[in-house]
Ligand binder design. Sequence first.
Ligand code: CO
Length: 213
Amino acid sequence: MNESYQRLIEGNKRFSMSKKFEDPLYFKKLSLGQKPDYLWIGCSDSRVPANEVTNTESGEIFVHRNIANLVVHTDMNLLSVLEYAVKFLEVKHIIVCGHYGCGGIRAAMSNELHGFVDNWLRNIKDVYNKNTVELEAISDIDKRTDRLTELNVIEQLRNLAKTTIVQEAWKTRQLHLHGWVYGINSGLITDLSIIHDGTEDIEPIYRFNVIKG
Ligand code: CO
């Protein structure tokens, strides 16, 4: 058997044993169901695992990850996760967490052809194009990339606010959307302090007449 593959199975045994050692009922309690307060929309990057970077446990965060943490309004995968998290799990917070040093952001900023993924990254090119004046005023390419990383998170929050799912939830309860950026080189999260709590943050054309019910 491939050694690096086997390492994961061995690691799982140690994980299971240590959790049971700390709390013999740990898995029994988890098996009863989940009631996470948070939905995490993050990058697929292997260095940004939601639970580890927030020091949380299994059962605390419902997670969706894709390349460059995008909220694309026609993405059935994202919309299904979002609906389940908001309607059934009734999460209180949705966090879009980007990260500095994101390969997806860097790729989107170049004119190189990378493959199929360029069609996905087109969403980030649109964010760049929307903010050309601000971004091109930053001459340092790393700083410009960092800023696009932040602007991308902000745009994805707006995309969340424009969904019928989030707007329907807002009619009956509180639901907070937060934008974060994780620093791979520091291990620290920067809260961009942008919170969407209602449709007043988005342009009128995107606001639905949701019936309170
Ligand atoms: Co990334």
